[in-house]
Design a protein around this ligand. Structure first.
Ligand code: ZN
Length: 475
């Protein structure tokens, strides 16, 4: 509905639809798959078949689509730290299937063998907890081993019962994949019950307890007596194809019409979750209506005899929230050559006043403008000075900023192709990614000031003699 609305607005404004071969020249359709793990996924050990989502949970790619024999290698607790390492002398495990205990090693006194703090002085992760954090803590040491799959044996039935809730954010979540590219090789991880773990290791619960006792006696990793069983794994992926679309409106330039300025925003948000509609008024309704307003203004200027010298593509992206998908598709299948695309001006969330700026006057965060082109940043600053300036905040432009905003909106896919970008946002707030991001909370006067600055900058980029030079490569 949103794509249809935007395409009709682009048409009504008098923009051209530039997509050849589409049923609607304003719409760039593309195919994707919703990929999820099918209920038929199973692991057979001996005569017993262990059941997906009951005896184990899994996050898999296509590796085990056909029934596959797996001969797991036991690597203790899967911990790789200076103080305690199961992987330091593990040998070549590339392409192997690893099985490990998801508890944590304790000493004779029952206290953890790992020191309370890591080498950085910060508290180390709780390896013994059945959480995403404990799995992530292991994966840093495991990833370089390049194993084919990893089986995590949860130590107790009580801890295993917590897995669905603790891993809700990753397990069972469908992934979106481009239909025209091979599936991403991801991790193949299995979180298994104590009973299934013992079966995998060719032992019983008492055997696992014995190993833990041996570690406690030695105070360090010890060789295990386990003879892991051969298991047959079949992890079936379910694929549901669907079509989604970017919306494109084109305004032809004059003497430099073969060069293109892109003005982009994403029109998707988070959809409907648990019956709640996530409208995303700020994220990114604010950017989408800004792009419509810029189109309106540039069309009016052209009617008045002041059309832009360069052509402008107004681009409403889909799937930004699912991983910048629409802008990735556009830049991989550009309608206009990327070589003649001079810059992307991207707008994502310009409708609010964040806590840092409340009561402090008009502002906008500018991100990325100096990364590839010192000239683009200079244009941005000079334009702001010329027309009723607002505060330009560069907090999120710092490569060390923990939010890493530079990588988190559609402009990044243009930057990847060495196209200079300027990204504008008013920052994060309490309603970010919540169903409460509603239009009555938009600060329209503040948003209008930002849009005026962005419009003036785009005007300059569309009309100045030379395109912004690519002369730097900042992180
Ligand atoms: Zn956004």
């Amino acid at each position: 509905m949103a794509a249809d609305y935007i395409s009709k607005r682009f048409a009504a404004l008098g923009l051209t639809g530039p997509v050849k071969g589409s049923d609607n020249p304003y719409i760039q359709h593309f195919q994707m798959d919703r990929v999820s793990t099918d209920a038929a996924t199973s692991v057979k050990i001996g005569s017993k078949t262990f059941v997906f989502n009951k005896d184990f949970y899994a996050l898999v790619d296509g590796t085990f689509a056909a029934p596959t024999e797996v001969q797991p290698v036991f690597i203790g607790y899967g911990i790789g730290t200076d103080a305690y390492s199961d992987v330091a002398n593990a040998g070549d495990l590339k392409g192997k299937d690893l099985v490990m205990l998801m508890g944590e090693p304790k000493g004779k006194d029952g206290k953890p063998l790992l020191p309370a703090n890591g080498p950085d002085g910060k508290p180390r992760p709780a390896y013994g907890e059945p959480t995403i954090q404990s799995l992530m803590a292991r994966s840093g040491a495991l990833r370089p081993l390049m194993a084919r799959s990893t089986f995590y044996v949860v130590p107790t039935d009580a801890a295993f019962a917590q897995i669905p809730a603790n891993f809700k954010a990753v397990l069972g979540r469908e992934q979106l994949a481009f239909a025209d590219t091979p599936p991403r090789r991801g991790q193949n991880l299995f979180i298994v019950s104590p009973e299934m773990g013992a079966a995998l290791l060719g032992t019983k619960a008492s055997g696992l307890a014995k190993y833990e006792k041996a570690v406690a006696q030695a105070g360090k990793p010890v060789a295990s007596p386990f003879k892991p069983a051969t298991a047959t794994v079949q992890a079936v992926q379910k694929k549901e194809p669907f079509t989604t679309e970017n919306v494109l409106g084109y305004l032809e330039g004059t003497d430099k019409k073969d060069e293109l300025l892109v003005m982009s925003a994403h029109y998707d948000h988070l959809g409907v979750k648990d019956g709640k509609v996530f409208n995303g008024a700020d994220d990114d309704g604010s950017g989408t209506v800004s792009v419509l307003a810029f189109a309106d203004a540039f069309v009016q200027a052209k009617k008045d005899g002041h059309g832009p010298r360069r052509s402008i593509l107004f681009l409403a992206n889909t799937g930004e929230e699912e991983g910048l998908l629409g802008s990735q598709y556009y830049t991989d299948h550009p309608v206009f050559p990327l070589e003649s695309t001079v810059a992307d001006v991207n707008i994502d969330m310009v409708g609010r006043v964040d806590p840092e700026h409340e009561g402090k006057g008009d502002y906008v965060y500018v991100v990325g403008a100096d990364k590839l082109s010192s000239e683009l940043n200079a244009v941005s600053e000079a334009t702001n000075q010329k027309y009723n300036p607002i505060a330009l905040d560069y907090k999120y432009n710092d490569p060390n900023d923990p939010e890493h905003i530079y990588y988190r909106s559609d402009h990044y896919n243009f930057a990847k192709h060495k196209i200079p970008v300027a990204f504008y946002t008013s920052g994060l707030h309490a309603d970010y990614h919540k169903e409460t991001d509603e239009v009555d909370k938009i600060a329209f006067p503040a948003m209008a000031r930002r849009d005026q600055l962005i419009f003036h900058t785009a005007w300059e980029l569309a009309n100045r003699d030379n395109r912004p030079v690519v002369d730097s490569n900042k992180p």
